[in-house]
Design a protein around this ligand. Sequence first.
Ligand code: ADP
Ligand code: ASP
Ligand code: MG
Length: 410
Amino acid sequence: MSLIVQKYGGTSVADAERIRSVAARIAARHRAGDQLLVVVSAMGDTTDRLQALAREISEHPEARELDLLFSTGETVSMTLLAMALHALDVEAVSLSGAQAGLRTDTTHGQARIVKVAPERIQQELERGRVVIVAGFQGITEELDVTTLGRGGSDTTAVALAAGLGAGRCEIYTDVDGVYTADPRVEPKARKLRDISYEEMLELAAVGAKVLHPRAVELGAVYGIEIVVASSFTEEPGTLIHGGVTMEQFNKVRGIAHDLDVAKVTVRAVPDQPGIAATIFEALAEHQISVDTIVQNASVERLTDVTFTVAGDDLRKATPIVEQVAKKIRAAEVVAEEGLGKISIVGTGMQTAPGYAARMFRALSDAGINIDMISTGEIRITCIVHRSDVEDALRTLHKTFELEKAAAGEL
Ligand code: ADP
Ligand code: ASP
Ligand code: MG
């Protein structure tokens, strides 16, 4: 008997009919003799709706209350799925993150799993029950409910696979695998048969929301193979693992886009040691992740520091930066919304020159202005206007011939 860990995303459990259909898939696997541990997301856009509701009540809802509110979404879907299994005569039990032993740190809204205490899950599995666990949530030492960041149910699933020694985790969603780009934006995107942790992590980190970046990271650390497939079809999905030799491809592997980027510029900052540290320490203290950072060469000992944050974080970041700006005697803080980013990713880029030039030329030929650029070892990112992002994605998909498989690629 082997332990199968599965995760079903929001669209896959969006209504009663979908929940019954997921229950039927689980029941079939259970009857075939496997032990099943199933993680679920909240139904459809429940989390978005809860967030909007909280904003109607308060402009700055308290992070602790927000997490407890969000956790209700997954509570609804896990209980309904357990009931749907009972209706099929399958023994099943639903467990909240706390009951499932998902211990996290105290960073509300962006908590990290620090430990999985799997005893309760193990007991239930040994009794022959299907165990359903609420995704995206955990509990602190002080018994406060936390959430893992949007899309975090993937991370719950991979963490449980690691905690229970499963070796593999199946993520069921509304697309049948990982594509060379978001197939909803680029219909010519091609499904990948497999992809390395390294490339998947990079894509997820810069906006390919098909997987939560932390789930990929945990997969890599604990050697858990992740399969992304559709909960609607039986099509084989995409395998994310460590055994891909990508060097031979010498090609861009995928493109990720993000439509929600904001930019902050601290103008005329005195150019002296410690200034950048002061700005970014203040942001880090408030759990705001900063992305692309550019510091201009100084003119008359004054310099501009520009960086990007997620659009959602701008209203939190601006007052913090304004306070620091006053302290360091900067002239002003300018915030700009309405940006997006487009990134090309591939391990092949490490060894072959010319990718950046081709990317910039293609964007310029398409009349797309680049606002900022950042690079990593296997990634090049351009910040562009939000309205140009989808155009940029399709342009680059064509430029780097992603609709065609590379030699040696399956
Ligand atoms: P779930 O609710 O199942 O977790 P998500 O909406 O979080 O699903 O993730 C699936 C979505 O990710 C797809 O519907 C697709 O639009 C988007 N996506 C973005 N980039 C990619 C990609 N490279 N391959 C596949 N899907 C992608
Ligand atoms: N329900 C949460 C979200 O919408 C977690 C998840 O779906 O993975 O972000
Ligand atoms: Mg998701």
